[in-house]
Design a protein around this ligand. Structure first.
Ligand code: AMP
Length: 537
């Protein structure tokens, strides 16, 4: 049969075959909400009717500013399933960036959690295309007055809509969702996924040697639904019928551990920073994990000490994975092969510290600076290139031109690949900093510094940080005779960028190394400051 691969089929399947399976959410409002796939499907159909009634046409962008929760999940299916495009905005960005991205995406309607009311109030009069604002809560939690024009209440819209809605059939190459990444230079760029790319990615992600999802699992995605669709877990969970547990905004160690235990979570997924908070809480309170069997760690390299703590102290298996927004995001997962179980503990740990082998559908290779393919010997390191049916061919609206090199997507990561196909990231060629799983644009930070009258040249690099993985370190060459202090420069950032982007430290240099074309050689700076100790706050 010729059937289109459509995201709505996941929800139809989950309702029909796993209707009783639970979807549990800790809500922004503070309580724990219990629901099922059946209810989720009914409410998603209602929401699809709401979108249609509000004039959302196929292809229109439906924006969200929301935590992980059932209402967000309903929008995942209502928007994409009805042929519109779900656009998950990142609420951690500076309001100016949120406005820029919403305008660029031409968002038509915005759904947002209570937490983000102040943010939406700050941007509502500035965004050009959003006509409708919906607060994702019930009447009791609606503000008495708001600066947001004609603010609608999510629960009222759902209650008033019919649940009679037939998911439309259309070409599987239709766009389904949109996510912006700042992981490249210049303005944030949009990555547009299709129904086909999402469905193929979901099949692959659920496989045993990939994220290994099944109906026997209770999955708690800590990775936000505004980060590459929570690594695809909201789709994979429906495909396999796993119980889903959403943490809402409560991502501290205690809240997560409580939820793991009360909901008997077996699998979780997130960036190392989150796990650090969790482990610290568990350690200092002498707790354990009674049901957690596996945790998927990605977004940044998983420190070996974290792996040891999870596996040796708490008997929670770590799955180290690598991916990026541009590849939906899954690229590799570090699942060992049978022969590796003969390795001793240290050797096994060293292997697990690698980002892993390609999941079926993703092809990897590493190349030298002149584009030659390098051997898969675990030693040669070069830029990592990928291709596959869920890898982008271009950014949304063609921004930045053609990113491909000979039909391969250059990741900006530098890695090795060993004879068994295990890839290990060794460096990053892109000039960005990743802090707690979120990008910080080094060029934006340099531009602010360069605007200071005493600064002749500024370079910003990521310095190692025990909690955030990387934090911005600003390296500055002063103008001759000019005077400025570290603290003055740090204060200079006030109000110009999101506060958490502010550099942690400033070091004054006589010169910044430049390459033949006059470009700053940040790899040299990264090497020079590899052991730089950032001041503790
Ligand atoms: P994002 O688009 O925000 O998902 O970021 C993708 C980038 O995060 C990759 O290109 C890598 O630089 C980095 N990254 C993701 N996973 C890992 C990992 N397991 N180890 C090291 N870096 C990672």
């Amino acid at each position: 049969m010729q059937q289109q691969l459509l995201i709505s089929s996941l929800l139809i399947h989950a309702e029909r075959h796993h209707g009783e399976q639970e979807v549990v959410s800790r809500r922004v409002e503070g309580d724990v909400h219990r629901s099922t796939y059946r209810e989720l499907a009914v409410r998603s159909r209602r929401m699809a009717n709401v979108l249609a009634a509000r004039g959302i046409a196929p292809g229109d962008r439906v924006a969200t500013l929301a935590w992980n929760g059932y209402r967000h999940m309903e929008l995942y299916y209502a928007a994409s399933g009805s042929g519109a495009v779900l656009h998950t905005l990142n609420p951690r960005l500076h309001p100016d960036q949120v406005v820029w991205i919403a305008d660029h995406a031409e968002d038509q309607i915005l759904f947002f959690d209570l937490t983000f009311l102040p943010l939406v109030e700050a941007v509502a009069s500035r965004v050009k295309t959003i006509k409708t604002f919906v607060l994702m809560t019930d009447r009791a939690h609606m503000p008495a007055a708001s600066k947001v024009p004609d603010l609608l209440c999510y629960e009222e819209l759902v209650a008033d809509a019919s649940d009679n809605f037939d998911w439309p059939q259309f070409d599987e190459n239709t766009a389904s969702s949109l996510c912006y990444t700042s992981g490249t230079t210049g303005h944030p760029k949009g990555v547009l996924y299709s129904h086909r790319s999402t469905m193929l990615h979901t099949y692959a992600a659920a496989l045993p040697d990939a994220l290994n999802c099944s109906a026997r699992d209770t999955i708690l995605p800590v990775v936000p639904m505004f980060h590459v669709n929570a690594w695809g877990l909201p789709y994979a969970a429906c495909m396999v019928g796993a119980k889903l547990v959403f943490p809402g905004p409560f991502l501290d160690g205690k809240s997560l551990h409580d939820l793991f235990e009360s909901e008997a979570v077996t699998v979780s997924a997130g960036v190392p920073t989150v796990w650090q908070g969790l482990l610290a809480h568990v350690e200092s309170n002498d707790l354990k994990f009674s049901t957690m069997r596996r945790t998927i760690i990605g977004g940044s390299a998983c420190p070996p000490a974290m792996m040891r703590a999870f596996q040796q102290r708490y008997d929670v298996q770590v799955l180290h994975a690598w991916g990026m927004t541009e590849i939906s995001p899954l690229g590799t997962a570090c699942t060992l092969k049978p022969k590796h179980h003969l390795l001793d503990e240290d050797e096994r740990m060293a292997l697990q510290a690698k980002q892993g082998r390609a999941v079926f559908g993703v092809d990897l290779k590493i190349v030298s600076e002149d584009g030659r393919e390098l051997p898969r010997d675990g030693k040669a390191s070069g830029e990592l290139l990928v291709r596959g049916p869920w890898v982008i061919a271009k950014y949304f609206k063609g921004e930045g031109g053609n990113p491909l090199v000979d039909s391969w997507f250059p990741t900006g990561d530098v890695s090795t690949i060993d004879a068994d196909g295990f890839m290990q990231i060794t460096d990053r060629s892109k000039d960005v900093i990743k802090s707690g799983g979120e990008w910080i644009g080094s060029i934006d930070l340099e531009n602010v510094a360069m605007a200071h009258p005493a600064v002749a040249m500024a370079a910003c690099i990521g310095a190692k940080h025990p909690k955030w993985d990387e934090r911005p370190l600003l390296l500055v060459v002063k103008k001759p005779g000019a005077a400025v202090t570290r603290n003055e420069l740090i204060e200079f950032y006030d109000g110009k960028i999101a506060k958490w982007w502010t550099p942690d430290d400033v070091v004054f240099l006589d010169a910044i190394p430049l390459g033949a074309t006059g470009k700053m050689q940040k790899n040299k700076l990264r090497e020079q400051f590899a052991d730089h100790e950032l001041p503790t706050a």
